[in-house]
Design a protein around this ligand. Structure first.
Ligand code: UD1
Ligand code: UDP
Length: 373
């Protein structure tokens, strides 16, 4: 029986690895363990709970205001120790966090096979997103199986000289998760945080990127105030990331705007999907939200200057607006006030990030990999 550990550390890794974990666990040929680094605490647990998954090991590394050095060093050491005690045939890592890279490195040092889910995304700018672009490239440097979500991601890997036989185009596993939640949600009630605002245009906003800390985040909040002045009927729902560097700024800037802003704790994944569905549009710097919103045909103004998910822009419903206050204000009001503009963004009915079968494809590829060994 082959031993496989799925390593996760943050909220998006849990959401996007959940369908892979559940799919692999159904296979009696595999002994599958969930190794949490605990880079996130509550946000990780919340996402795992949504899928009924419990971690087999949790390194609990998170500290308040943790540094990149702390995450990288403690994940490398902690995952290494677990792999020494419980040798594995393969580890699966996801995406671009510091958990992803440090866990892959611990596996590499022990000659454990590495499968990288969501491999090959590139912004082609090492400073954006930071440090995620580097984490992804470094992880792909030591990966054995590349699970590329799109053709474009696979092309990036080929251009970097990766062996084509190791690349599998699977779609993005977040679409599997999203479809599962949408299936469960049919007919469910209005969530608490949406009560009393049903008739108002809803804007869902999330922001957390490291490169937005400080002035850009203040600009983003400034744009929210400008939009409220221009459209007093609007209601913002802002689930605040747990990071104090983010939530303290959002709270300070927007606490007096209670008529138009609902600041909430991080929403459970089902609640967040409902909020996306109900929104007129989304303002976000998140990676996963770009993929999800494209799948449900919801416009997203991406508060970044580049995206490692170009399909979300060329084929999807996403527009890059950066973090300049005026740009965010102008584009938001265009989406709300100009139906032709909105219609040009939505209704394309293309699904660049997959059809909800990514985890099945990953499972098949892993089975075949071990079958051929
Ligand atoms: C991390 C990832 C980022 C990913 C994001 C998803 C890195 C370097 N960054 O960024 O790629 O997009 O997660 O959300 O890997 N905190 C809590 N409770 C939690 C989670 C966070 O209190 O459940 C606070 C802690 O003070 C922590 C801080 O947030 O020190 C920052 O967490 P960290 O994982 O370092 O950075 P993120 O901005 O969350
Ligand atoms: N999300 C959630 N609750 C929230 C905000 C986001 O469940 O309050 C989900 C969202 O649907 C997406 C993921 O979390 O699947 C994105 O996480 P985040 O923005 O923290 O990270 P990124 O995708 O930028 O790495």
């Amino acid at each position: 029986m082959k031993k496989i550990s799925c390593v996760i550390g943050t909220r998006p890794e849990a959401i996007k690895m959940a369908p892979v974990i559940l799919e692999l666990m159904r296979d009696t040929e595999f002994c599958v363990k969930v190794l949490a680094t605990g880079q996130h605490t509550d946000m990780l647990k919340q996402a795992l709970d949504d899928f009924g998954i419990t971690a087999d090991y949790n390194l609990n590394i998170m500290r308040a205001n943790q540094t990149l050095d702390h995450i990288t060093a403690s994940v490398l050491q902690g995952v290494g120790e677990i792999l020494d005690e419980y040798p594995q045939d393969m580890i699966l890592v996801h995406g671009d966090t510091s958990t992803t890279f440090a866990a892959a490195l611990a596996g590499f040092y022990r000659h454990v096979k590495i499968g990288h889910v969501e491999a090959g995304l590139r912004s082609h700018d090492l400073s954006l997103p930071f440090p995620e672009e580097a984490n992804r490239i470094l992880t792909d440097g030591i990966t054995d199986m590349f699970f590329a979500p799109t053709r474009g991601a696979a092309e990036n890997l080929k251009r970097e000289g990766k062996n084509e036989s190791q690349i599998y185009i699977t779609g993005n596993t977040v679409i599997d998760s999203l479809y599962e939640i949408l299936k469960r949600q049919k007919g469910s009630n209005e969530p608490e945080y949406l009560r009393g605002i049903e008739t108002r245009p809803l804007v869902l906003m999330t922001a957390h990127r490291r490169e937005s800390w400080g002035v850009p985040l203040v600009n983003i909040c400034g744009a929210v105030k400008d939009i409220i002045r221009a459209r007093p009927d609007v209601m913002f729902v802002i689930p605040m990331h747990k990071n104090p560097a983010v939530r303290n700024v959002i709270r300070d800037e927007l606490k007096d705007f209670t008529e138009n802003v609902r600041l909430t704790e991080p929403l459970s994944y089902p609640e967040f999907v409902q909020a996306m569905n109900k929104s007129a549009f989304i303002l976000s710097d998140s990676g996963g939200v770009q993929e999800e919103a494209t799948a449900i045909d919801k416009p997203v103004l991406i508060m970044r200057t580049v995206s490692e998910r170009p399909e979300a822009i060329s084929e999807g419903t996403c527009i890059l607006v950066g973090t300049e206050r005026e740009n965010i204000r102008r584009e938001s009001l265009r989406i709300m006030n100009e139906p032709e503009y909105l219609n040009a963004v939505v209704g394309k009915n293309v699904k660049p990030f997959g059809d909800g079968t990514a985890s099945v494809k990953i499972h098949e590829a892993v089975r075949k990999f071990f079958g051929e060994e």
